[in-house]
Unconditional design. Structure first.
Length: 268
């Protein structure tokens, strides 16, 4: 006569729990392997190309839709056509861009040069990397975009002067010295790098006009004096066009002269 052995009740319960936990664990593992769709908004963090890593300005972004990409190279905005091959690659055909003078032209040029043609997609839970055929990469994350600083109630520190298509950083001895603020009523005040100034400005949309500058009378020589002279001439222009990307302000006169400044809150 055949006998049947029965597992103790307690052991059976433990076995059932183990199976259930194993199933949950396997389900959880499969869920962690589900990667995000590459379509969406991505903050560019860095580029690697030619054996170098270029770190992105805060405003560099890429927004991928089904057939179109929009974004910012770090200063200038752009559009492009895109064609996805599943989630493994995307082909980018560059479209129109804005043409502002930019302080970090090296990053702009490199980003525009990489974001075209067929790019391989490498995804992580909150990251996206686009890779070119030569191994260069565009590394991105899902961090939210940096909001544009307001024109008013922000302290703007002049970093570069613009002449046509040329953007020249301020000389070391003048760096960080020229800064200004506009109040809600467009009253301007600050430093030209050596002398303090004040003026009343008027605005119309993206245009800004400074009235006569009232300044202190210190003698300013060398690079600091030259920067002060150019800023005084710029603020005297009939009309300036302004634009803000992230915390970067660009002021441009009709003849192509201008400045690029970085903003910080008036309370900082």
């Amino acid at each position: 006569m055949r006998t049947h052995r029965h597992a103790p009740a307690g052991l059976a319960v433990v076995s059932a729990l183990a199976l259930a936990l194993t199933a949950c664990s396997e389900g959880g593992a499969s869920q962690t392997r589900v990667l995000p769709d590459p379509k969406g908004s991505w903050a560019v963090e860095s580029l690697t190309t030619g054996g170098r890593t270029l770190h992105a300005p805060d405003s560099a972004r890429l927004d991928l839709a089904e057939k179109e990409a929009t974004g910012n190279y770090g200063c200038n905005a752009f559009k492009a056509e895109v064609a996805f091959a599943g989630t493994s690659s995307v082909t980018v055909t560059p479209g129109p861009t804005t043409t502002m003078a930019c302080a970090d032209s090296e990053f702009e040029t490199a980003f525009a040069g990489l974001l075209k043609g067929r790019l391989t997609i490498d995804r992580g839970p909150d990251r996206l990397t686009l890779k070119t055929s030569d191994g260069s990469t565009i590394a991105m994350s899902t961090k939210p975009p940096v909001p544009n600083a307001p024109l008013t109630d922000t302290w703007w520190t002049v970093e570069s002067l613009v002449t046509g298509d040329t953007v020249s950083p301020l000389p070391a001895e003048a760096a960080g010295k020229a800064r200004f603020e506009l109040t809600a009523g467009l009253a301007a005040s600050g430093s030209l790098g050596c002398n303090r100034f004040s003026a009343q400005a008027t605005g119309d949309g993206a245009r800004l006009r400074f009235g006569p500058l009232t300044t202190t009378r210190m003698a300013c020589e060398g690079a600091v004096g030259e920067v002060e002279r150019k800023l005084t001439e710029l603020f005297a222009a009939d009309s300036l066009t302004w634009s803000i990307e992230g915390r970067t302000l660009t002021l441009t006169a009709p003849d192509g002269r201008g400045l690029v400044a970085q903003g910080a809150s008036a309370t900082e």
